[in-house]
Design a protein around this ligand. Structure first.
Ligand code: FAD
Length: 458
């Protein structure tokens, strides 16, 4: 009765299985590879890395993912233990020997006395007699299970593609250029009539921008990755190809907005940004989903007046990706509102990346074990990287109505924009506190607060 069933032995499922089994409970890990594969995996190992072999920066003072590494280590993470044991030289990054890494995870899981591995696809809703379940089937969840999730959670609760507009750190926007105003000053539900940041362009700037979009190299897709275009959700470079004025009549239309610094001159086009998290630290570029390569995106978006020094929390993209509308369907403890026996973990919850997926596996493994043992357990503190990820998943994110009427919850990597603010004071004796030093001090304050606050929870 206390057995924990975990579906999917990827980054999240392996970590969840390990965390739960370490409490002494029985765990059954159901993994379909061995009987059926996905379009991206090529082995039957647990925690196979399907693309890059990098866990990104390992700097836990100055980098949010580095902090997440450290928090996971302090929570006894199997994924981090295997990564550290199979580390390759990669400067400040944590890159791993992918075969050695996956083999180590596979050996640890298969050899754990409390874990039973079953090689099978779970092709429908988990059976009623499974009391404690974690679904960690990833961005390529098998279609049969995806259908069952869709049926249980509702039509608009499961996405099969992410159409992501770039997200910018608020304090990297030039507020001498941007102004706050909603189109026609309309205050939607909960709005003020000044909910958007607007960036004006003159005719020359607009035409140069359109030309740059047209010549930008695109991300190349594998056949199975090909994304269907929905009207109202077209990549901006596709709109630019349709004609030089198309964007001005779409997401960049200059109507219903007046630049208070230059009220008599109408901008030729306007880029709008909308708040993306409750803290107001992250803003997304409305309607700017794109398939342009990452490097070129940064270059082209910095052509926009006010974004010359923009720092991107994430760049735009269009990918094959199965994920649930977590803020709507999950409770704050990550259980499914429609069936509280079930938790979700990994990329399917709307986090992005190997480390983030494993991190959500770690949290759900522990929470589910606590439920099975009937022991109360709190969520990781909001000030930790683990807590910041949970907050992103369960509703720190704002469900604003969007330009295309499309869902606004989109997967995201861990980043400093997800953490609550810290106050820092200028060190004594320092006359001028310059930008980069101040940023570094702020990051240090966030990361040391996180590690201190994690202690009790870990
Ligand atoms: P996975 O690691 O995919 O694990 C899910 C597991 O569930 C799989 O083993 C699958 O076989 C199994 N499964 C699926 N359905 C069923 C079912 N019905 N029954 C039983 N088992 C099932 N992130 C990065 O950080 N860096 C990258 O370079 C990167 N590249 C990516 C490339 C591609 C093509 C894709 C699709 C994603 C990439 N990601 C990358 C994103 C993401 O971090 C990884 O997909 C990561 O593996 C997600 O971890 P997960 O545990 O959620 O899912």
């Amino acid at each position: 009765k206390n057995t924990i069933h975990i579906i999917g032995g990827g980054l999240a499922g392996s970590e969840a299985a390990w965390q739960a089994a370490e409490t002494g409970l029985e765990v059954v890990l159901h993994e379909m590879r061995g009987t059926k594969t996905t379009d991206a995996h090529s082995t039957t190992d647990f925690a196979e890395l399907v693309c890059s072999n990098s866990f990104r920066s390992d700097d836990h003072e100055q980098n949010a993912v580095g902090l997440l590494h450290e928090e996971m280590r302090r929570c006894g993470s199997l994924i981090m233990r295997a990564a550290d044991a199979h580390k390759l030289p990669a400067g400040g990054a944590l890159a791993v020997d992918r075969e050695g890494f996956a083999a180590a995870v596979t050996a640890a899981i298969s050899g754990h006395p409390n874990i039973t591995v079953v090689r099978e696809e779970i092709a429908g809703w988990p059976p009623e007699d499974w009391q404690h379940v974690i679904i960690a089937t990833g961005p390529l969840t098998s279609p049969a299970l995806a259908d069952a999730i869709l049926e249980r959670t509702g039509e608009d609760s499961l996405a099969f593609f992410d159409a992501i507009a770039p997200i910018v750190h608020y304090d990297s926007i030039d507020h001498e250029i941007a102004w706050k105003q909603s189109r026609y000053d309309k205050a939607g539900p909960g709005g003020t009539g000044a909910d958007y940041l607007n960036l004006p362009m003159d005719r020359d700037q607009y035409y140069a921008f359109v030309e740059a979009l047209k010549s930008a190299p695109l991300h190349e897709f594998k056949d199975w990755e090909k994304v269907p275009y929905f009207d109202g959700c077209l990549p901006i470079e596709v709109m630019a190809e349709r004609g030089p004025e198309t964007l001005r009549h779409g997401p960049m239309k200059p109507v219903g907005l007046t630049n208070p610094r230059n009220p008599t001159v109408k901008p030729y086009a306007i880029v709008q940004l909308r708040q993306d998290n409750a803290l107001g630290t992250l803003w997304n570029m409305v309607g700017f989903q794109t398939k342009m390569r990452y490097g070129v995106q940064t270059e082209i978006f910095r052509m926009i007046p006010g974004l010359e020094h923009a720092q991107f929390a994430r760049l735009g993209g269009l990918h094959r990706n199965t994920f649930i509308n977590s803020p709507r369907v999950l409770a704050p403890d990550l259980t499914l509102k429609a069936d509280p026996r079930i938790r979700f973990a990994g990329q399917v919850t709307g986090v992005e990346g190997y480390v983030e997926s494993a991190a959500v596996g770690l949290i759900t493994g522990r929470l589910t074990a606590a439920d099975a043992l009937k022991r109360p357990m709190s969520m990781p503190p909001r000030t930790t990287a683990l807590g910041a990820l949970v907050d992103h998943i369960t509703g720190g994110h704002i469900e604003a109505e969007s330009y295309s009427g499309a869902r606004s919850f989109q997967p995201m990597n861990v980043n400093f924009g997800l953490f609550p603010e810290v106050t820092i004071t200028k060190p004594e004796g320092v006359k001028r506190w310059r930008g980069p030093e101040k940023t570094m001090a702020k990051r240090r304050a966030i990361t040391s607060r996180a590690l201190a606050d994690l202690q009790g929870w870990a």
